[in-house]
Design a protein around this ligand. Sequence first.
Ligand code: PEP
Ligand code: MN
Length: 338
Amino acid sequence: MIVAMMEHATEEQINYVIEKMTEAGVNVHRTTGATQSILAGVGPTSSLDIEEYKLLAGVLTVHRISSPYKLAGRGFRPEGTVVEFANGVKVGGNQVAIMAGPCSIESREQIFLVAEQVKAAGASFLRGGAYKPRSSPYAFQGMGIPGLKLMREAADAHGLLAISEVMEISQIEPMLPYIDCFQVGARNMQNFNLLRELGKVRKPVLLKRGIAATIEELLLSSEYILAGGNYDVILCERGIRTYETYTRNTMDISAIPVIKALSHLPIVGDPSHGTGRRDLVPAMAKASVAAGADGIIVEVHPNPDKAVSDGAQTLFPDVFAKLVGDLKLIATAVGRSV
Ligand code: PEP
Ligand code: MN
């Protein structure tokens, strides 16, 4: 942490800052120039609120030089994390993972048919929500555990892994037998109690970026899970809310290479929620892989126009199959494989 004092900061102001840092257990190295003093803090600075220091009398600027997320930072595992699943599927490393399925699990027929379709196209994960975070309390809220049982059966019948959203702590235990990966949705990215509990389970977690979250906030949220001892965390860029209204969200493709540089955790792109429009999903899926994503998660339904949720952003199975073919080419071009 670097604190640059103002040019005419008094000795009293400088000493006040030094004392405050020292009291927090930080070693302070002072450099005094002709007109200005610089204080370099070394030690447990990650818990300090730098905004508080910026307001102290005589302080010009404050910068962090070490990341506030110790376990999620690239330095913790420079080689990168590879999350391994039961049947040998890996997320991270050389492979680009394909996760696909409906927004919501709706019926036995629907989930079995879509499982067959996404498997045939080359997916390794079946996605499907049983607990749905809907903006309206009157909209379909999901099938719950009966839906997860159907998804498990459909996934097993087609050799797929199952991923589904967990919305609250009480759902963790009942979901465990039916899923291979928990999904934490955008709305729960900062549900810190939920994240802490997911740190205690030994099952991978896909953590989506919140609609108004910075990259640093996403990484700090992942730190909650890692700090509990669960190192199998996959991040997901699913678009953020901006002033643009043409798309449902603004898919922040640049977050993918930024996160690759800052963190060792794998990251996947979700172009379905990232755009909200099925005509834009293939382009943004391809852009994600070209930008270095370790996978994509997309909504696919046997009949998207009849989907109970997110139909507008859901791909027809044939379009999804064509997309996977294109992704193979892009993956090869960037030294990966689908
Ligand atoms: C979903 O995956 O269907 C979903 C609700 O996603 P998000 O949390 O990104 O909105
Ligand atoms: Mn959805």
